[in-house]
Design a protein around this ligand. Structure first.
Ligand SMILES: Nc1ncnc2c1ncn2[C@@H]1O[C@H](COP(=O)(O)OP(=O)(O)OP(=O)(O)O)[C@@H](O)[C@H]1O
Length: 682
């Protein structure tokens, strides 16, 4: 293929972008030819001059002396849109990189010039080019495919950075975008104290929530929300500058990758974002966390977790489950929604629509001059978040007439505790309280419908409700076979979270079976047929697998397990993860025989065994002394305390009182009988 064929090839808009890759090497040649054509063609110069108000005087001769047509004309936008854009391809020869303006984990951003020419006009425009880091050749087609899809999805979105096309320059994939005036991050850097007025935060926040909703409606997650990725247009509107590159590159190995930062920028990353296949999956609500962090930064002028290393942030967010601090005194709706953004379990966070509503309902006008009035000290959100289901979780499913419903189980519980509605059908929804109101439920055997608050009910479709534990009929190696159902639509399509998957598994409820539920405080051990568990699992002294206690259930069913029966020293890891498909529940009742029951008792606390051993010795001693005294003729009155002489001790010491050093549960077990044992010195 010669250069002419190559150009006509690209002109064919139906051409699929990844079929172009083998010919990219020729791009440099084609650029030279294009420039020669310009230099020789005075006609084109006069065409330029005819472009009202946007003419350039002479054609550029090098990569750095283009004259720029200010802004991006609507004309160009129309041309791009009307070209059908079935091929988003931009000839690399028409792009001149001028200056690098940023370097991120996924690539560099360049200020560049794009040359566009038709029979009627000839224009040079400033564009921004996001040049992705090099990747293995095998992956290029896959990423191009994703990019082409992203490009199509993003066309016409109002609050998202305008993508002009895709190209490959020097073998690197490039996203060509409109060049914007600057970012919110830049504006903050110039502002006093590095922060913004509440008025601006609410105004920009509303714009951004709109942009995020636009992308979410196309099933695109952004995963990299931060003030430097919020661009400002010529009308001072905030535009989403990152169109979900981390999401796009999910699972694609990059040649130069910092794995800890592959899924976003640490300061803004949600707990599940650090290891989505273990603590995930990532979801729309992952962006709610990033949005919350960005708003906090815009309000305070300091980055969440500023001054902490990546490891420290990981520890704070993922392990200690800490939340960023933010100032009080915000409009109540905004404050509530931001508190919700920092829920550890993403199901309890608001969706972007909820955030948008909260920002929209907080008119900045109510705050006078828009000055930031900081009321009180920083709020620690740890204290604010309550237990139980959040309002945001309940709002995610709107009940409708004819839905089958049942009472919701309390959170962290396997069994329903108050089944006011074991199963019923919605026959009425209160209209004036649509989003969070009462419903009428017809329950079998009860004459009149019950009036119940919608938040206490969950929808049951084909026998399943969100939150149920499910098993995939077909066993798949990559991910666990047991997971948690997150949503079930009325047509039976489902989204399930499984360990091993970074995003939801989507399918039909007919592929699922109910699975045994796990909840906090249950004891679990590896199933006998599990020889190499997915996660590290400790062994007892004898070499058998230890039994642990579930302290948390993650949204994908991953169990966080502690081992109270094992003594932990210093910094040793005290909590482990477990795949629910690999463990079984252990309980006193299910432990057959006295030996197994005793062994299970040892799982409650590491001190049980030494104490019982000590108690056994002690009892033996008591018995020995008693027998000795009987033999020696001394008589103890019935009911009197047993007195044990101890060398060198003065006064009476109640051993039961000494149980204060014991953990309370162990103390209860051992001293439950209320035996009074006294020691005294001779
Ligand atoms: N279309 C654009 N117009 C103007 N400036 C842009 C555009 N896109 C990005 N920028 C700016 O370029 C800089 C670098 O952006 P980039 O997104 O690559 O870096 P980053 O935000 O540091 O890292 P990353 O997003 O990869 O985590 C940012 O300051 C951003 O504001």
């Amino acid at each position: 293929m010669d250069v002419t064929q190559y150009h006509s090839h690209y002109a064919d808009s139906s051409l699929h972008i990844y079929s172009l890759y083998p010919f990219l090497q020729k791009a440099t040649t084609s650029r030279i030819i294009l420039q020669q054509r310009f230099s020789a063609n005075d006609e084109l110069v006069s065409v330029n001059k005819r472009m009202a108000g946007k003419a350039v005087d002479k054609p550029p001769t090098s990569a750095f002396d283009f004259e720029i047509v200010e802004g991006v004309s609507d004309h160009l936008r129309t041309v791009v849109a009307s070209s059908g854009q079935s091929s988003p391809w931009i000839d690399p020869a028409t792009i001149k990189l001028r200056q690098r303006i940023g370097r991120g984990v996924f690539g560099d951003v360049w200020l560049a010039t794009r040359h566009q020419t038709t029979a009627d006009y000839d224009e040079y425009h400033e564009v921004a080019v996001k040049m992705l880091h090099p990747m293995k050749e095998d992956n290029i087609n896959l990423v191009l495919d994703h990019l082409a899809n992203l490009f199509t999805q993003c066309q016409g979105l109002q609050h998202v950075c305008w993508l002009q096309g895709l190209s490959v320059i020097n073998g690197k994939l490039c996203i060509v975008m409109k060049f914007y005036e600057g970012s919110i991050g830049d504006k903050m850097a110039r502002a006093k104290g590095g922060k913004m007025s509440l008025q601006d935060v609410i105004r920009y926040g509303t714009d951004l929530a709109r942009g995020i909703m636009e992308l979410h409606s196309k099933e695109i997650l952004i995963l990299n929300l931060k003030p430097h990725n919020f661009l400002l247009d010529e009308n001072d509107h905030a535009i989403l500058g990152d169109i979900g590159i981390p999401y796009l590159l999910l699972g694609v190995p990059l040649l130069t990758s910092d794995m800890s930062r592959r899924l976003g920028t640490p300061n803004y990353m949600a707990p599940e974002q650090w290891q989505p296949e273990v603590r995930g999956p990532i979801s729309f609500e992952t962006d709610s966390w990033g949005f919350g962090c960005s708003i906090v930064e815009m309000l305070t002028g300091s980055q969440p977790w500023s001054g902490k290393s990546v490891d420290e942030i990981h520890k704070a967010v993922v392990q200690k489950q800490e939340k960023p601090h933010f100032p009080g005194g915000l409009p109540p709706a905004v404050e509530n929604v931001i508190i919700g953004c920092f829920e550890y379990d993403f199901r309890n966070r608001p969706l972007m629509g909820d955030i948008f509503q909260a920002f929209l309902s907080s008119p900045e006008a109510a705050y006078g001059d828009g000055g930031w009035r900081e009321l009180g000290s920083l709020l620690n959100l740890d204290k604010l978040s309550g237990s139980g289901y959040s309002k945001w979780l309940v709002l995610k499913d709107q009940l409708q007439i004819r839905d089958t419903v049942r009472s919701r189980k309390p959170p962290n519980s396997c069994k329903p505790e108050n089944m006011e509605v074991p199963e019923g059908t919605i026959v009425g929804v209160e209209r004036d309280t649509e989003r969070n109101g009462f419903v009428l439920v017809r329950v079998h055997g009860i004459h009149d419908p019950l009036r119940v608050h919608g938040s206490t009910l969950e929808r049951v479709t084909f026998g399943l409700a969100a939150g149920d534990w499910v098993r995939l009929e077909e066993d798949r190696k990559k991910h666990s076979s047991v997971g948690i159902l997150h949503s079930i639509y009325r047509n039976g399509s489902v989204a399930v979270a499984f360990i091993g998957l970074e995003t939801f598994w989507k399918g039909n409820c007919s592929e699922l079976q109910m699975a045994e539920a796990f909840c906090a405080r249950q004891f679990v051990r590896l199933k006998p047929d599990t020889f190499s568990p997915r996660f590290e699992w400790p062994r007892k002294r004898g070499g058998d697998w230890a039994t642990g206690r579930v302290c948390q259930v993650l949204p994908n069913g991953c169990l966080v397990v502690n081992f109270p029966g094992m003594l932990v020293f210093g910094d040793e890891n005290s909590s482990f993860l477990a795949d629910p498909a690999e463990v079984e529940i252990v309980s006193f009742n299910s432990s057959a025989g006295i030996v197994k029951k005793y062994k299970h008792l040892e799982d409650f606390h590491w001190a049980v065994r030494p104490l019982l051993v000590a108690l056994g010795l002690f009892t033996a001693m008591k018995l020995g002394l008693f027998v000795g005294k009987r033999v020696g003729g001394s008589k103890l009155k019935k009911g009197s305390n047993l007195v044990i002489p101890i060398e060198g001790q003065k006064g009476e010491v109640q051993t039961a009182g000494n149980a204060a050093w014991l953990p309370p549960k162990v103390a209860n077990i051992i001293f439950r009988e209320g035996a009074s044992v006294t020691t005294t010195s001779r």
